[in-house]
Design a protein around this ligand. Structure first.
Ligand SMILES: *Cc1c(COP(=O)(O)O)cnc(C)c1O
Length: 399
């Protein structure tokens, strides 16, 4: 389908799942081939000096956009929905977080940051934003509308991440957004966990919605990429800042992300179902003190999750009943299908030990036992549960 206003109107009537199969490609611009080709490009030639001086061409320069980057931006815009006025592509999810913050903040501003934020984003605020005279206050992710008490005259942005990294607190984003907007502040969200398929951030009051495309968009643990989607109020600041800083993404990585998007809805449905099955199984185990999965009725954020989200992805944490660290490590070391490694969102299952004690300043981390984050991949659930059973046997043997 040609990218025209009429096409956008047609796409807007489709569900996001169908849009993901249609957006970002125009086969008859490319000899009928289904997928948009990968343009490896820096220099772009102009037919004449006059054309060059007038910059008369659809594209300007590799960094400033190619048919490949346009295709991915188009697909991401369609995924975000009608409220999206534009998307910026970044070389990683962390770069998407920092670029979104730099797009809205300037010297003398104040930022409200959730205490449950992805730790490298916290480090960016503490080490880089602080250099430019931007003050940061960390807040309890459960604050809701009480965030009003923390707003200062210079509060320019409120950053949310729901569920929280590692710890899975669910935030009341409509309530926080209402307060932020009443004070003239922008709302930025790291929406990597749910993706726009399960949490349409811009429709829930977020101004800049961030994703680490490294996770579910790529989906195969073979690409680093990030994206920021902006509404009409923030798109100019976002585009100007990303353009001026010279940020861009390699063409093969953009292609992998676009390829991943085609199957995102199908993969997420499996991640969701399998992760819930594994979470319920774990919740019934005597070795498990708590399961931190917002889709479980026992989760403190379940009611808000049910109200605002339409699904859950494959990532959650567990708190083991108190055992020595060596026994928790024995559990992890015995797993064969769950790999031990950072990142997530690929087809494969992962498990890592973690401790939030040193990365919380507004709240206290006291989960009641050793904590492990699990990513449930696309393997058979029965096989995964058998793997976890092996882990628990090793844990018992280590006591
Ligand atoms: C992984 C992750 C990021 C960073 O993404 P990279 O692509 O690894 O830089 C940001 N936010 C969240 C919530 C993440 O899980």
């Amino acid at each position: 389908m040609k990218r025209t206003p009429e096409r956008d109107a047609t796409l807007s009537k489709l569900t996001p799942r169908t849009r993901l199969t249609v957006a970002g490609r125009d086969p008859f611009d490319h000899h009928g081939y289904v997928n948009t080709p990968v343009y490896h490009a820096s220099t772009l030639l102009y037919p004449t000096a006059e054309d060059f001086l007038a910059r008369r061409s659809r594209y300007k320069y590799g960094r400033r956009g190619t048919p490949t980057s346009e295709a991915l931006e188009d697909a991401l815009r369609q995924l975000e929905g009608e409220a999206c006025a534009g998307v910026a592509l970044l070389p990683s999810g962390l770069a998407a977080c920092s670029a979104a913050l730099l797009a809205v903040l300037r010297a003398g501003d104040h930022l409200l940051m959730t205490d449950s934020v992805y730790d490298p984003t916290r480090v960016f605020c503490d080490r880089i934003l602080s250099r430019y005279g931007i003050a940061v206050t960390y807040y309890d992710p459960h604050i809701g509308a009480d965030i009003a008490a923390l707003m200062q005259p210079n509060t320019r942005a409120v950053f949310v991440e729901s569920p929280g990294s590692l710890s899975f607190e669910i935030q009341d984003i409509p309530a926080i957004s209402a307060v932020a907007h009443a004070h003239g502040a922008r709302v930025l969200m790291d929406n990597t966990w749910a993706t726009p398929l399960y949490f349409p951030a811009l429709a829930r009051g977020v101004d800049l919605a961030i994703q680490s495309g490294t996770k579910y968009i790529g989906g195969h643990s073979d690409v680093m990429i990030g994206a920021v989607a902006a509404n009409a109020d923030t798109v100019r600041d976002l585009k100007e800042s990303v353009f001026t800083m010279g940020l861009c993404v390699g063409p093969d990585d953009m292609y992998l992300a676009l390829r991943g998007l085609r199957t995102l809805a199908a993969r997420l449905a499996v991640h969701q179902e399998s992760a819930l099955a594994v979470a319920r199984w774990l919740a019934a185990r005597p070795e498990v003190h708590a399961v931190l999965h917002p889709g479980l009725e026992s989760h403190p954020g379940h009611a808000i999750w049910k109200r605002d989200f339409s699904g859950a992805s494959g990532l959650f944490s567990i708190v083991l009943a108190p055992v020595p660290a060596a026994a928790a490590n024995a559990f992890l070391n015995a797993l064969t299908l769950f790999g031990i490694g950072a990142s997530w969102g690929g087809y494969e299952s992962l498990a890592i030990p973690f401790d939030c004690t040193a990365i919380r300043t507004a709240t206290r981390w006291a989960p009641g036992g050793p904590t492990i984050r699990l990513h449930v991949g696309l393997e058979d659930v029965g096989d995964l549960i058998a793997d976890l059973e092996r882990g628990f046997a090793a844990l018992a043997a280590a006591l």
